[in-house]
Design a binder for this molecule. Structure first.
Ligand SMILES: C[S@@+](CC[C@H](N)C(=O)[O-])C[C@H]1O[C@@H](n2cnc3c(N)ncnc32)[C@H](O)[C@@H]1O
Length: 247
């Protein structure tokens, strides 16, 4: 078996698209897997993804009647959890993949959510609009992370939070081989069976290995102008939540 870093390097030329092709590749991939996206998340994480989304929302410190923006909302999993948790808050979901949001709209509990089609690099909102801006599993899919996070900061009110949940390459060497086996072999197999699209579930581990470690991502958030950036690692370091404050 290759080491994680080697897997990542091997991935550069094979599974991962070039920077120029990435937005279209990502958009088409999520459009294809939209019908089984939520089910695959539950299966891959043993249901833990729900707990991570709840923790992300807890870390937002949203006022009771605050405004929350969920960028890369997909089927609206985070936005729907926010509506359950904070019934008086105003929650908006943005994504550039119509098919993902359409799957969310099909679910009775998410029908009332405002889903807006838009790009994370050019959000259709004025400066200082939201008390918190969150994203779940978005940053792996963009090319210029500093620009994306700066855009999230732009629409956040001063004192508000920018919070990101993302998979991260685990450092723990004992878990490394297990992580590789699960992520590089079992997840694509399961993804192929459930969604009929093994390629999309090969992209997931390769893009994760090519993603910065949590301490590096903290630096990226600081480069985007956020301050007091802290992070929590979850699931043996394979997932992390970062929180930054707009000054
Ligand atoms: C892995 S899904 C995450 C969905 C949801 N946040 C969740 O927690 O399950 C990533 C989402 O980001 C969206 N996305 C990727 N690049 C984007 C961009 N440039 N602008 C807006 N949305 C984007 C994709 O369409 C997809 O729905």
């Amino acid at each position: 078996m290759m080491k994680l870093a080697e897997q990542g390097r091997a991935a550069e030329g094979s599974v991962l698209p070039s920077a120029a092709d990435k937005p279209v590749y990502v958009n088409q991939m999520f459009a294809r897997i939209a019908p089984t996206y939520d089910l695959m998340n539950r299966l891959m994480t043993g249901g833990q993804d729900r707990r991570w989304r709840e923790l992300l929302l807890e870390l937002c410190d949203l006022p009771v009647r605050g405004r929350l923006l969920d960028v890369g909302t997909g089927t609206g999993d985070i936005a729907a959890a926010a509506r359950r948790r904070l019934p008086y808050a105003e929650v908006v979901g943005v994504d550039f993949t119509y098919e993902m949001m359409a799957m969310g709209k099909n679910q009775p509990t998410r029908r009332a959510l405002p889903f807006i089609q838009g790009d994370t690099l050019a959000l259709p909102f004025a400066d200082d609009s939201f008390d918190a801006v969150v994203s779940g599993f978005l940053l792996r899919n963009v090319v210029d992370r500093v620009a994306v996070l700066a855009e999230h900061a732009r629409v956040t009110k001063p004192g508000g939070k920018v919070v990101c949940l993302e998979t991260t390459p685990p450092e723990n060497s004992l878990l490394g081989p297990l992580f590789q086996l699960y992520f590089f072999y079992l997840v694509p197999l399961l993804g192929g069976l459930v969604s009929g699209d093994a390629e999309a579930y090969r992209y997931l581990p390769h893009s994760t290995v090519a993603f910065p470690r949590p301490a590096e991502l903290r630096h990226v958030m600081e480069q985007a102008g956020l301050r007091n950036v802290v992070f929590q690692e979850l699931m043996f370091g394979s997932v992390a939540i970062h929180v930054g404050t707009k000054i």
